[in-house]
Design a protein around this ligand. Structure first.
Ligand code: PEP
Ligand code: MG
Length: 753
């Protein structure tokens, strides 16, 4: 393949003409392979397209036997072409036949050719097929030749992705549109069927081939300059980019923005005749392919950063900032790299059927909000945003953590059936609504709801819960555009009390900081935000904020009982100080003649392990305790609840965790202090069964969990599970998980889990 007359620019121009000709798709493809072969001076040029059923099919060839077109079909892991499809990397060989993966196909007549160069046809990191050129001589292809063929491949990828070739292979669609099934982690239960809406719409590059190369070079340089200075500014200001990206990420992005290799590859792609945006996408597509195959999480994250940067560059080139439009079409399934809880709350909930994230662990706040809203959600779906296009049919299975993109009719029917079965089960749970949650041996269990928004309170009547065990006040603050005033807060709490009537409500004071950022408060730069200035720590250091909230609560609860609890308390002293602030506010209101709550109880969230070693004192000081198991487990096991890499490293039903829960239940009971569990584990039937066995009589959970947990309670013998768990804990050692033993217990005793 010696230097070609005219080079890649001329070829791209010819390809553009070929793309515009009003001919059949097959004729166009035939013309394209002829053009490529002539331009790069190769005897052979062939296109293989990866189909729905994972078969690589010869779609067009110049040089090989044309009879073989649509006849030569190989599994996607077969031969050199399969190897390229699998690795998504170019492969250049001077003697193809001596390569161990070479697979001889007599119908093609390729035995005459020795030199072989194949490149993947990529789109958004997904392999759609393979483009191959071959020569008779034993020759080595140069770097420039490989690069040029990759650029050409991009044009073909777009042609395949457009669906134009679908008609050529009856019964199969090209892989770009094939169904994809992926498993991540379940974030919020439920099954959602709908169509993809990209949270940050991918930028579609429409114009691939440059009309004027010099002008495109100029555009690319300008855009790079603009993106660089924007990032430099951000780093210098030490600011965050809206979503709270840390300085470290920014520094890395800045480093990439100056990365010579990356810039060189984009410049070369423009020089070869692509438009500036096509050049960015061409290089980005390679990066994405590498990212998808990268198993080292650190390197994968770095490739993600690079992907971000490429997106910024594309946005700069195209001249818009994505769409800020939060209106959704019917049956929308949101697909995002990551998303904060506030962003989710911005969407129209009535149209939202599901959420799919590339990131996000089960106890992240987005997961909690999705559960509160009853929206099925799945996290940790690698490359989700590239897997699907806007408008694609998609199913989110929030029970198993699976998604089905562009599902076939059988899958769709199976899920449709599952939705019907679930609806029936929900009906059965609804039938339990008015039955008190009492175990077989007569132990009453209080089942309450976790809430944070007014909309959550509608679930009270639906589920028949005994009240609100945890009202996360920060959610209201997180969705507001500015700090809610004292009057606004009071109005909100009045609405909460009006909606809950006589049922008890436990209000938690602001739990901000960590990952709960208020958009209107400057984000702090902290090395370890989860261990940083958050929750009660802010409340005590800046009492004005806490005072305003307490006063609003006390006034809103005038004449009715009020329960307030404080998050992230680490010492008894912190609680004592918080209590003093409440007393001061009460005195203030009394002095000004305001009516007070009929009864005001103050509680403590047990979520910092230091409280386990002051458990008697805190149980005596507080009117009630509430175990925040999400944070307690995070700190007890030193496992970041938001970090997917470590999320699976411990089990909440392992002996150390159970001992912590038992200690709280026992010491609280001894002090006559009521204790609730309000973390996520309280809403899981098996875990809830264990907690009852350890002595807890109050659980607070998301609305969807009330039915399943109540069904479990009704089938349970509390003293039997207590005896069982005691024996098992005495027997087990080594931090062993009692999950299998507890599951077996439930099965043997007919407890519905
Ligand atoms: C917890 O930590 O378990 C809890 C209930 O609080 P949050 O999830 O809001 O931190
Ligand atoms: Mg917490």
């Amino acid at each position: 393949m010696p230097a070609a007359p005219g080079g890649p620019r001329l070829l791209l121009r010819r390809l553009r003409e070929a793309m515009a000709e009003p001919v059949s798709p097959q004729a166009r493809l035939d013309r394209i392979v002829t053009l490529i072969a002539a331009n790069v001076i190769a005897e052979v040029c062939s296109v293989y397209v990866l189909s729905n059923d994972n078969i690589l099919e010869l779609f067009a060839t110049e040089g090989l036997n044309r009879e073989a077109v649509h006849l030569t079909r190989m599994r996607a892991d077969e031969g050199l072409v399969g190897l390229i499809a699998q690795t998504a990397e170019p492969l250049s060989l001077s003697d193809a036949q001596s390569h161990p993966s070479f697979s001889y196909r007599p119908e093609t007549g390729e035995e005459a050719y020795h030199a072989f160069l194949g490149v993947p046809l990529l789109r958004a990191g997904n392999t759609l097929g393979v483009l191959v050129v071959q020569n008779k001589t034993y020759r080595v292809y140069s770097e420039e030749e490989i690069e040029a063929l990759q650029t050409t491949a991009m044009v073909l990828s777009e042609m395949i992705a457009s669906g134009e070739l679908q008609a050529l292979a009856p019964g199969t669609g090209p892989a770009a549109r094939r169904p994809v099934s992926q498993r991540g982690v379940a974030l919020a239960d439920g099954i959602g069927l709908g169509h993809v809406v990209l949270h940050e719409p991918r930028i579609v590059v429409k114009q691939l081939i440059a009309e004027n190369v010099d002008r495109e070079v100029e555009r690319l340089e300008l855009a790079i300059g603009e993106v660089r200075s924007a990032i430099d500014d951000l780093v210098e200001r030490g600011d965050s980019i809206g979503t709270g990206e840390s300085r470290e990420v920014l520094e890395t992005v800045r480093m990439f923005a100056h990365d010579k290799g990356w810039l060189r590859r984009m410049r070369e792609a423009v020089q070869s005749g692509l438009t500036a945006e096509a050049a960015v996408e061409r290089v980005q597509s390679d990066n994405r392919a590498r990212m998808m195959r990268q198993s080292d999480p650190y390197l994968r994250d770095r490739l993600h950063d690079l992907d971000d940067l490429a997106n910024r560059l594309l946005r700069t080139l195209i001249g818009h900032e994505g769409n800020g439009d939060r209106v959704l079409p019917e049956n929308a399934i949101l697909v995002a790299r990551s998303m904060g809880p506030a962003a989710l709350l911005d969407y129209d909930r009535t149209a939202l059927r599901g959420v799919v994230l590339e990131e996000g662990g089960p106890t992240s706040h987005i997961a909690i909000v999705a559960r509160a809203l009853g929206i099925p959600a799945v996290g940790e779906i690698a490359n989700a945003t590239a897997l699907c296009d806007a408008g694609d049919a998609i199913i989110v299975d929030g029970a198993t953590g699976e998604i089905q993109v562009r599902p076939g009719p059988e899958i769709e029917a199976a899920y449709g059936e599952m939705v019907r079965v679930r609806a029936k089960r929900q009906e059965q749970y609804r039938a339990l609504r008015d039955r008190p949650a009492v175990t077989q041996d007569g132990v009453a269990i209080g089942l309450q709801l976790n809430a944070g928004l007014l909309i959550d309170l509608t679930h009270l009547a639906e589920t028949g819960a005994d009240g609100i065990g945890l009202f996360r006040t920060e959610l209201q603050f997180m969705v507001a555009q500015r700090m809610p005033s004292a009057a606004e807060q009071q109005t909100l709490y009045e609405a909460v009390f009006a909606a809950t009537g006589d049922l008890p409500v436990t209000i938690r004071t602001l739990d901000i900081g960590g990952d709960k950022i208020l958009p209107y408060m400057p984000a702090l730069e902290e090395e370890n935000p989860a261990l940083g200035w958050r929750a009660i720590r802010i409340g005590l250091d800046r009492p004005a904020l806490l005072r305003v909230q307490l006063r609003a609560l006390l006034r809103a609860a005038a004449g009715r009982p009020l329960k307030i609890m404080f998050p992230m308390v680490a010492t008894v002293d912190e609680f004592t100080r918080a209590k003093a602030i409440v007393e001061r506010e009460k005195a203030h209101l009394r002095r000004h003649g305001h009516p007070l709550p009929s009864d005001c109880r103050l509680g403590v969230m047990v979520e910092v392990p230091s409280l386990l070693f002051q458990i008697d004192e805190i149980a005596r000081a507080a009117d009630f305790l509430s175990v925040g198991s999400n944070d307690l487990m995070q700190f007890l096991f030193a496992v970041d609840r938001e970090n997917r890499r470590v999320a699976g490293r411990f089990d909440t039903l392992s002996v150390p965790a159970l001992r912590a829960f038992r200690l709280i239940a026992e010491r609280a009971a001894a002090a006559g202090c009521p204790a609730t569990v309000c973390g996520e584990i309280g809403g899981k039937p098996l875990e809830a069964m264990a907690l009852i066995g350890l002595g807890f009589r109050h659980l607070s959970m998301s609305p969807a969990a009330i039915g399943p947990v109540k069904a479990m309670v009704l089938g349970l013998d509390a003293s039997a599970v207590a005896a069982f768990i005691e024996t098992e804990m005495a027997r087990a050692g080594d931090g062993e998980s009692l999950r299998p033993a507890l599951s077996a217990f439930a099965k043997a005793h007919g407890v519905p889990i």
